[in-house]
Design a protein around this ligand. Structure first.
Ligand code: BG6
Length: 513
């Protein structure tokens, strides 16, 4: 049983993980979408699993006037809608006592001084147990700089003792290009040590993404073939069926390259291509991930034209319903050239991966919601079964990130009968069949790790900058010739046909997930 009185899904012999240390978590942007859909539900999910300490308070900071009770009511509704399990009254009673709201206009230093006083008061009420403070910046990107500067100015980032640690989680997008990311990093380092900065990427909190490391490095059989001798190419797909919803204002300035590729897709690529780390210490793992990003070939303008396809969804369908095109979405410019789809070919210039293309694609309003990494192996060197070379079906290994998390291997088998005919068969592992894991938002692990001071699954400054470095030539071309390489695709399709051509030129096709 957990502290909340819920039955635990852990086997009896499993040593339960320790709860997080005493923490006050301050959420800037407490009434926003991210807090409502992900952060508060994730915290509640942690509470149901007994992973929050008794000395714990969430201080929601917002510019909307609201009482503690109104805030609690709002959070109850958000948690009911987005938590992993139906809200349990006993657990909720524990959780709600630890929620307070601070209405602060955040426009000058006095706001931060009054916030500081409120935090002291909250912690004093708890008998002054020494607590760490976690500041979560769930705010629009243009508000971040100001908040960081003020936190530093009023001394809220100073650490009086090891138990009274101070950490800041910074949401993406982390800058909008290399120069702005460098400026933001510099500003953060002006008030915080690197070890206090947690740049979050919720893809790294997903179980199957973390499982990539277990799959590669806890098994002896895959690593010997995980290289250019055996692997023909890799396809990374992150496809969504949703459009931009009500985020047009943000998205029209960002686009798929900044919103998805520079962070989530590059991390999937890094975990797929990295060398084995010498240990699982945070910096050993992060060193290997960043090395991959540094090894990505930087494209010339001509290579960008040949290797990158951008798309924008036009009117079409989603689950048989008619949906409008991107340029008709609210808060999107009628002549917008922002891409909602990107497909690209990338090359990693190192000993292991030279000449093995990594094809990446992501988009909104695609045919199916699916995220996966498909590793395609080389065809056998000789044709013994009478099929023409082009018809030989290569083996592929599919790592399914969502939905239906799992791993499948496709290989050839003889079709029963007197003829030597081959058929493709599948060996498949489904997470759900093996582990009774509770569904999660992806933020649970990351919040828990941050409270424990484990930055392994967070970005380091050099990783963010390396990602921006890789997309810089693409951004450059998008700025100078915004319509070049941008094609419409009907909502509900797999993107513009030019994305197919990208692979067809190399004699390959996208996998149909
Ligand atoms: C976010 C992007 O980081 O990831 C969104 O800003 C996108 O545009 C979302 O929809 C996808 O996350 P998930 O977990 O639903 O695959």
């Amino acid at each position: 049983m957990t502290a909340c009185g819920l039955p635990s899904d852990k086997p009896a012999d499993d040593t339960p993980p320790a709860p997080a240390p005493p923490t006050t978590m301050v959420i800037f942007g407490a009434t926003g979408d991210l807090a409502a859909r992900k952060l508060l539900p994730a915290l509640y999910n942690l509470a149901t699993r007994d992973l929050l300490p008794d000395a714990f308070t969430v201080v929601g900071v917002g510019r909307k006037p609201m009482s503690d009770d109104e805030y609690r009511q709002k959070v109850r509704e958000d948690v009911s809608e987005h938590a992993a399990t139906p809200v349990d009254d006993k657990c909720w009673a524990w959780f709600v006592e630890r929620l307070v709201y601070a209405f602060e206009p955040l426009d000058d230093e006095s706001s931060y001084q009054s916030l500081s006083a409120r935090l002291d008061e909250v912690e004093h009420g708890d008998g002054d147990t020494p607590r760490g403070r976690l500041f979560y910046l769930a705010t629009p990107p243009d508000a971040m700089s100001d908040i960081i500067a003020h936190l530093g100015a009023v001394g809220l980032t100073r650490e009086p003792s090891p138990e009274r640690w101070r950490r800041v989680i910074v949401e993406k997008p982390f800058g909008h290009d290399l120069a702005s990311a460098q400026a933001l990093n510099q500003q953060l380092r002006g008030v915080l040590e690197e070890r206090q900065i947690y740049r979050i990427d919720h893809y790294l909190g997903k179980e199957t993404v973390q499982n990539l490391m277990a799959f590669r490095f806890a098994n002896g059989i895959f690593e010997p073939i995980w290289n250019r001798r055996y692997i023909d190419h890799v396809q990374i797909t992150v496809a969504e069926t949703v459009g931009v919803e009500d985020r047009g204002g943000y998205y029209d300035k960002a686009g798929a390259l900044r919103d998805m590729v520079q962070n989530h897709l590059f991390q999937l690529l890094a975990l797929t291509a990295m060398e084995p780390p010498i240990s699982f210490r945070a910096d050993d793992v992060r060193d290997e991930r960043v090395r991959v990003l540094h090894a990505i070939h930087l494209c010339s303008p001509d290579e960008v034209r040949r290797r990158v396809v951008r798309g924008q969804y036009a009117a079409g369908t989603e689950s048989a319903d008619d949906v409008r095109g991107y340029r008709d979405e609210p808060k999107v410019a009628a002549d917008s050239t922002t891409e909602t789809f990107v497909a690209m070919k990338m090359l990693i210039e190192n000993w292991r991966w030279a000449d093995v293309p990594f094809y990446l694609r992501t988009g909104k309003r695609l045919e199916k919601r699916v995220s996966e990494i498909a590793v395609q192996f080389r065809r056998p060197p000789m044709r013994l079964f009478g099929t023409a070379p082009g018809e030989m079906v290569p083996n592929d290994l599919i790592i399914r990130i969502q939905p239906d998390e799992g791993i499948s291997l496709h290989f050839q088998a003889k079709v029963p009968g007197t003829r030597s005919t081959l058929g493709t068969v599948e060996m498949s592992f489904d997470y759900a069949d093996y582990f009774s894991a509770t569904p999660a938002t992806g933020y649970e692990t990351l919040l828990y790790d941050c409270m424990h001071g484990d930055p392994t699954l967070f970005h380091r400054a050099d990783m963010v900058e390396a990602g921006w470095d890789v997309v810089a030539p693409i951004l450059e071309l998008m700025t100078t010739t915004p319509r070049d390489g941008l094609f419409d695709y009907p909502a509900g399709s797999w993107g513009p046909t030019e994305a197919e051509t990208l692979l067809a030129r190399d004699g390959r096709t996208w996998r149909v997930p």
